[in-house]
Design a protein around this ligand. Structure first.
Ligand SMILES: NC(=O)c1ccc[n+]([C@@H]2O[C@H](COP(=O)([O-])OP(=O)(O)OC[C@H]3O[C@@H](n4cnc5c(N)ncnc54)[C@H](OP(=O)(O)O)[C@@H]3O)[C@@H](O)[C@H]2O)c1
Length: 283
């Protein structure tokens, strides 16, 4: 483990930054931002991996602009589907264990209890379809992989919902309007990085849901962000139809982590605890 080589794709992204931070203590890490490696360039990926000979690939590169993907679905599929395939194929070629990340947006949101890994998928938007195609590509190209579906990700290294709420609260003089009819599992990218270490160490194979514990609406999430940060600003509940965004989101996309918990013998923290640590980190 001490001298295992780890490559991180999409190295300037929010999750990638936490992966690099957490893995650097224990592994020899090469961080590859988009400028160093376009993951959809199959030849470039293969020659890069042949040169670096990673034992582990953490595929954190993705097209993540959910609304823009409705207009740019070809680019979303190029990165999220073809890119995942190229990375999986090259990982297999050099014998590396691959961890790829997917999303709760592969689900339609009609459930009323947290989704298990085996649940029927049915993405409502182009981003979700492109990520689902990426999952399938990984499964087709390599036997040595973990796909971690995560959700409502926030972290210090990128723009995210809690930071947006704090910024808007500081600028506004009236309550913030936040959607109350979408429920999910907010997840701190620092926690996802720590869970990834366990997955890599144990070489957990297959599809896993990797989120902080608990189910909450964006409205409740926003209220907790402001309360925990000590910001005195009200929040008004609105319906998602009032926002009129291009991409349709699942109404309920909480994920069940039972399979992950039993594989790594560790339980993800509650979303509240993780949020408190995040707010401390960015204070
Ligand atoms: N954020 C969420 O709420 C959320 C929820 C569920 C799942 N996920 C998944 O979690 C993973 C990490 O997401 P994140 O929030 O860390 O995303 P992020 O901050 O947007 O990072 C993704 C990184 O990938 C890079 N990238 C885009 N196209 C690329 C290409 N062709 N080649 C190489 N790099 C490329 C981006 O570079 P540019 O900035 O230059 O485009 C960006 O630095 C992704 O798989 C995402 O789908 C995220």
């Amino acid at each position: 483990m001490g001298n295992e080589r780890v490559v991180v794709t999409g190295g300037a992204g929010m999750l990638a930054r936490d992966l690099v931070k957490v893995f650097t203590n224990q592994y020899e890490v090469t961080c590859l931002p988009r400028a160093a490696l376009d993951v959809a360039d199959e030849n470039a990926v293969l020659s890069c991996f042949r040169e670096l000979q990673p034992n582990v690939v953490l595929h954190a590169a993705a097209y993540t602009q959910v609304d823009r993907a409705e207009m740019e679905s070809a680019e979303a599929f190029r990165v999220n589907a073809s890119g995942a395939r190229a990375v999986a194929r090259a990982s297999a070629a050099v014998g590396a264990f691959l961890v790829a990340y997917s999303t709760d947006f592969v689900f339609s949101g009609l459930a009323s209890a947290p989704y298990g890994e085996e649940a029927q998928t049915g993405p409502l938007c182009a981003y979700g379809r492109s990520k689902l195609a990426g999952e399938l590509a990984v499964q087709e190209e390599t036997d040595r992989y973990a796909v971690l579906r995560t959700a409502w990700l926030y972290g210090a290294g990128g723009g995210c919902f809690p930071k947006t709420m704090l910024r808007l609260a500081a600028a506004a003089d009236k309550p913030l309007a936040v959607v109350c009819d979408q429920f999910g599992s907010p997840t701190f990218s620092g926690d996802l990085a720590a869970l990834t270490v366990a997955v890599v160490r144990l070489r957990c194979q297959g599809l896993y849901h990797a989120v902080n514990e608990g189910v909450v609406s964006w409205f409740e999430f926003a209220r907790e962000v402001l309360r925990c940060a000590g910001v005195a600003r009200g929040v008004t509940a609105i319906g998602s139809d009032e926002l009129d965004r291009p991409a349709k989101r699942p109404a309920y996309s909480a994920l069940c982590t039972r399979r992950l918990r039993s594989a790594i013998r560790l339980a993800p923290r509650s979303w509240r605890e993780a949020l408190a640590d995040f707010l401390e980190e960015i204070r």
